[in-house]
Design a protein around this ligand. Structure first.
Ligand SMILES: C[S@@+](CC[C@H](N)C(=O)[O-])C[C@H]1O[C@@H](n2cnc3c(N)ncnc32)[C@H](O)[C@@H]1O
Length: 244
């Protein structure tokens, strides 16, 4: 039976790929990766990673990411669901055309804010592809954030909330006081003056930047560091821990 392997590749540094992930990369016939448009930096990063761990003969099928309908922000879940179905159809087409085991390279760990697992489930649910599938964990950007700042992500015996920038206020209103934030289009720290922040951008890459301190003291520095990272690297992805 064919195999589909969802492989976590860590947040950018080819040294932060597990031995299990490398073995999985060697076990598949080709890789399906989402192509988010011209000069997609993550597509290039994945190619580099494959060159390093598999060799330049690794076969990559870049699948142009279908457009997501952003017209109705109120129906976020509906729009994402349609988008996932469109991606599932696109991946299914490739898998049906090309024989052999398939690898999906997932940034960071597949369990955090990534839909590859859901999309593979959709591909299989459509009933046209028959395959076994598994998931290889990767180092998440959240783990690397903690390591770089040399912190434990929670206080002794206390909980941690992981959320998106879009849902940050909701988490605070619900009483969360130790919050990891991902997927920020911009950083809005208004109202967090009493909090401490540990922030990191482009972790594991040559353009990595870190800032930590009381929000009131470092908010402006984070804005500047974020803009500088984008200017230097051409892209910015950041994650941060906010603790009251
Ligand atoms: C689509 S999510 C994928 C998360 C990924 N699965 C993980 O485990 O890190 C993308 C978000 O992850 C965070 N992220 C991913 N890679 C990062 C990196 N190298 N440095 C900082 N944040 C990163 C950012 O919050 C970014 O907006």
């Amino acid at each position: 039976m064919r195999r589909i392997r969802v492989i976590g590749i860590g947040p950018g540094d080819p040294d932060q790929v597990t031995l299990e992930a490398v073995a999985a990369m060697h076990s598949v016939a080709y890789f399906v990766v989402a192509d988010k448009g011209p000069d997609d930096p993550l597509l290039e990063a994945r190619r580099e990673l494959l060159k390093r761990h598999v060799g330049s003969a690794a076969q990559v099928v870049a699948v142009r990411d279908p457009e997501r309908d952003r017209a109705d922000p109120a129906d976020y879940r509906g729009a994402v669901s349609d988008w996932h179905e469109a991606r599932a159809e696109a991946y299914e087409r490739v898998i049906l055309q090309q024989p052999g085991d398939v690898g999906f390279l997932v940034w960071g760990d597949p369990a955090f804010y990534d839909s590859t697992i859901r999309i593979v489930e959709r591909v299989l649910a459509r009933g046209n592809v028959e395959a076994e599938w598994d998931v290889i964990p990767g180092i998440s950007s959240l783990q690397l954030l903690a390591a770089r700042h040399r912190i434990v992500l929670h206080e002794i015996g206390q909980p941690i909330t992981v959320t998106t920038a879009r849902k940050l206020r909701e988490a605070v209103d619900a009483g969360a006081d130790n919050i990891l934030v991902m997927l920020s289009a911009r950083i809005d720290l208004d109202g967090f003056d009493e909090w401490h922040i540990w922030w990191g951008a482009n972790l594991g890459t040559e353009h990595e930047r870190l800032v930590a301190g009381p929000v009131a003291d470092v908010a402006a520095e984070i804005d500047e560091a974020r803009a500088a990272t984008k200017a230097d690297a051409g892209w910015v992805m950041d994650a941060y821990l906010l603790r009251r």
